[in-house]
Design a protein around this ligand. Structure first.
Ligand code: WTA
Length: 664
């Protein structure tokens, strides 16, 4: 490093507040300094600004119907179609422009550009094919697909015919697929034969078939031949009621399907996410509120304009990909990128190579990725021209100030504002973040709530905490992008998100408070720093995993008597899975058994949930009422000073476990 660099590094390290560069502010979509006040004064009508970004078939009558909290309804009586909003209305002006730039994992892949005209054509053909298979309005279609262009095509085709989709992350296991299809009564699956990971083809259909065998009703499946383009093949034969995507498309070539008029509150999709019980929650999002929310935040926060080439490196199997690869960007008529592979294949500069080649204008990624880039070294981005980038974003977990500053300097060249966006599957889109053209940035802190969003940090009684003190995040007013309920389970919806801080017998919306189950603190300027989950949910590499789900997978392994899972700090992943396991009498505590446990978790959930460590222990620390003291297990995992052990029935066990962990 030159002495100039050292100086710069030192300056960056100390700097706590960063102003967005004037060059950015000048051209920003939103640069109105009074916007927070304006929205406050004009709430909830302020959200007409979001609804105006959409094309409506029938105009809505009322912005918000809050007569039956927490079952809020937005833009009531309006009708529209999400696929028409993402495609048809752009055709006149943007028909020949790229809607999707898809980059395959193999470096010699023929990458795919889909113009708005082409994407519109494919979505129509797919919609016609799905309809012919019997998919009707409100039938849930499951998609179990990796990052291939057919995934957004299928999603938009479903939206076109009013069939909600439920996308299951391709890295999830067969069991996870079956659970979700059963829970949503989904009779249709769109999947593919395989995809590429680090240069090798990976079988996917085997896993999909195994999942289907666990579905308790009849299903039709459509299978994309992804590997065939490259001459690879796992030699699968399609089974009965399995249809080849390519043949279906050929049969429906040139077909057109009128977009179905959907009610504002009709379900657009379901997305399963982890909660405190072993059973994943089916989060329900609606057509108008969700689309308005993702379009508005894509415009105001990601600063997307139609001429941009916007790159979000998330997977569409998670909410970030739904909202900020597919719906938000396409609603705005921009070019959205999709990358099939990992950032380190064939080398650790793959993302920078892609950004340079496509002249990407925004990058939206996760802190985990940024920490990995940092570890790999600045020479990887330095070897590429990244000057096309105008804005950077992060999502999914807290970002430490060091990683933030590295991102700011080495990727953004100190010119690009960074938006650190706090939100959840349930919120549909961003809730707490700076507006890049308006607000100063503070590394490590997501920022103030968005205009019109009322987020507070409170204590256990629901009273606001002093600046600087830790508390719990709450959302005190509804917002258009909010989940409407959990699929088929209004009771659990109230229990999980509202019961904690609301008067659930009241029908006054002021008595209802949404609890996202995150800890946070707020500073004197109203900037919120999110500290992490306060429930039994881990955040591993920005992915939400329920400890209960992992525990039930482990207990499912023969020879395991009991298990407790907690998160331990991890320098790259943020958190890693630590599994404390008690074996049954006669079961050896061997390496082989450890491997079996890891495999059990991979089978039940997927490799993302793989325990970093499996620790055999004769006992778990428990309170007198038999509750496992996870906090102590976390302290042990992190080698922290132990919390209070006086309420334990078996205080000695803690030292025993610690010895095992340190000795391993
Ligand atoms: C965490 C991902 C700190 C948080 C969009 C939340 C964050 C959970 C941030 C939701 C952030 C998300 N700073 N923590 N900027 N963004 N989180 O549903 O704990 O996969 O509750 O949605 O991720 O994860 P989910």
């Amino acid at each position: 490093m030159s002495s100039e660099d050292v100086e710069l590094e030192a300056r960056l390290e100390e700097q706590e507040v960063f102003e967005p560069a004037a060059s950015f502010v000048e051209g920003a979509n939103v640069s109105d300094a009074d916007i927070h006040d304006e929205f406050e004064e004009n709430w909830p009508e302020c959200w007409e600004r979001a609804a105006e970004l959409l094309d409506w078939e029938e105009p809505y009558e009322q912005v918000l119907d809050d007569s039956n909290p927490p079952f809020y309804e937005w833009f009531t009586d309006g009708t529209l179609n999400a696929s028409a909003n993402c495609l048809d209305r752009h055709l006149d002006e943007r028909g020949d422009e790229a809607a999707i730039e898809w980059v395959g994992e193999p470096v010699d892949e023929d990458n795919v550009t889909l113009t708005y005209d082409e994407l519109h054509g494919k979505v129509n053909e797919t919609a016609a094919a799905l309809r012919d298979l019997g998919v009707g309005e409100d039938d849930v279609v499951t998609m179990y697909m990796p990052m291939i262009p057919e995934l957004p095509v299928a999603m938009l085709a479903c939206a076109r015919i009013g069939a909600p989709h439920s996308v299951v992350f391709a890295g999830f296991s067969a069991d996870a697929l079956a659970t979700r299809m059963n829970s949503a009564d989904s009779e249709y699956l769109v999947t593919c034969d395989g995809y590429y990971r680090r240069g090798d083809p990976l079988d996917h259909l085997d896993k999909a078939n195994e999942g289907l065998s666990g579905v308790d009703h009849d299903t039709d499946a459509v299978v994309v031949d992804r590997l065939g383009r490259n001459g690879d093949d796992f030699g699968h034969d399609l089974g009965e009621r399995q249809h080849d995507w390519g043949e279906l498309m050929a049969d429906h070539e040139g077909a057109t399907v009128e977009p179905v008029d959907r009610d504002a509150e009709d379900m657009l999709f379901l997305m399963y996410t982890s909660g405190t019980t072993g059973q994943p929650k089916g989060v329900k999002h609606t057509t108008a509120g969700y689309l308005a929310w993702t379009a508005w935040t894509s415009r105001a926060v990601l600063d997307i304009e139609p001429e941009d080439t916007y790159f979000c490196s998330a997977d569409i199997g998670w909410i970030t990909g739904h909202s900020y690869i597919v719906y938000g960007p396409l609603a705005l008529g921009t070019t959205t990128m999709m990358y099939e592979g990992t950032p380190d294949h064939p080398d650790r500069d793959r993302l920078w190579e892609i950004i340079e080649e496509y002249e990407a204008t925004q990058l939206y990624t996760a802190p985990t990725a940024i920490r990995a880039f940092m570890k790999w070294g600045e020479e990887y981005p330095a070897g590429h021209d990244l000057s096309s980038l105008r804005l950077l974003g992060t999502v999914g977990e807290p970002i430490n100030p060091r990683a933030w500053k590295w991102y700011y300097k080495h990727i953004g060249d100190e010119e690009c504002p960074i938006v650190d966006t706090w939100w959840q599957t349930e919120t549909g889109g961003m809730m707490v973040t700076t507006l890049p053209g308006v607000t100063d940035m503070k590394p490590g802190s997501a920022g103030p709530p968005l205009p019109g969003v009322d987020v507070q940090v409170v204590d256990t009684d629901g009273d606001e905490v002093e600046p600087g003190r830790a508390g719990y995040l709450t959302v005190n007013r509804p917002w258009p992008g909010m989940l409407r309920t959990l699929y088929d389970n209004d009771e659990r919806f109230i229990e999980e998100y509202w019961a904690e801080y609301s008067d659930i017998d009241s029908d006054d919306p002021d008595d209802w408070v949404y609890f996202p189950e995150d800890g946070a603190k707020i500073d004197e300027d109203g900037y919120i720093t999110v500290l992490g989950r306060v429930d039994d949910v881990l955040n591993v590499s920005g992915h939400r995993l329920g400890t209960m789900e992992i525990e039930s997978a482990i207990v499912g392994v023969e020879g395991v008597a009991e298990a407790a899972v907690v998160g331990g700090d991890h320098p790259v992943k943020g958190e890693a899975v630590y599994a404390y396991v008690i074996v049954e009498d006669g079961q050896a505590e061997s390496e082989a058994f450890r491997a079996e446990i890891v495999e059990g978790v991979e089978d039940a959930i997927g490799p993302i949930a793989r325990p970093e460590r499996v620790i055999f222990t004769p006992e778990l620390p428990k309170t007198r009422s038999g509750k496992i003291m996870r906090r102590l297990l976390e302290d042990i995992a992190n080698d922290d000073e132990l919390g209070n052990t006086s309420t334990l029935r078996n205080p000695d066990v803690v030292d025993d476990i610690r010895e095992v962990v340190q000795g391993d």
